[in-house]
Ligand binder design. Sequence first.
Ligand SMILES: NCc1cccc(Nc2n[nH]c3ncnc(Nc4cccc(O)c4)c23)c1
Length: 232
Amino acid sequence: ILRGSEARPHLKPYMASLQLDGQHVCGGFLIAEQWVLSAAHCTEETDGKLFQVLLGAHSLTEPEPHKRLYRVRAQFPHPGSNIHNNKDDLLLLQLEEKAELNSDVRVLPFQREDRDVAADTECEVAGWGTIDHSGRRPDKLQQVQRPVISRDVCNHRTRHDGTVTRNMMCTDSRRKDTCKGDSGGPLVCDGVAEGVVTAGSRVCGNYKKPAIYTRIAPYAAWIDSVMASADG
Ligand SMILES: NCc1cccc(Nc2n[nH]c3ncnc(Nc4cccc(O)c4)c23)c1
């Protein structure tokens, strides 16, 4: 998160850090006791290794009362996701066991009604992604509030030039923005997860490249079917 601020500790108890060998790779969030939603692109440089999921954390390194690392039983990238574009950029992770819910570990409801969030709506995004252009990484969860911008503005020739589909949404990226390592985290508007951070053009903090999110509502049926079909 560029030019955000440290989140109030454990006030986003749904936040997950997807890790490989103890290193934060991507964000994610708890959508059910045994399920985390993130972005399919996060599996690009993992050469088949499964993530571990850190829940209940504010600091990535300090001991905290309800911080716990969960193993992943299975990962389900959306079948339409691919490395060439941002389409269907969703990843479902089934934890080895149900997460122990408490004050620091909580499920976040996601939007099921397929209707655009109005432009200018202020939404919040959080993550342990890079906090400056030199790629410095924070130890503590960062957050930033961003206004939604209309798909028409986001698709303007000088912005994302028609690549933003109805299954995506955008927020203004002037100065304050998402960046490397924030992918997979939730865009939360009025307490409901409306989108999942996708890297898009990978540019951070440039108003000409608004932040892009995969809208969740269009994928509610896919999410429900994967959760229902997987064992356990
Ligand atoms: N703002 C959109 C957004 C959301 C999520 C991730 C991203 N960026 C990135 N996702 N993956 C990446 N791998 C390498 N570099 C990256 N961006 C980068 C890094 C240093 C300086 C800078 O200006 C931009 C990204 C960008």
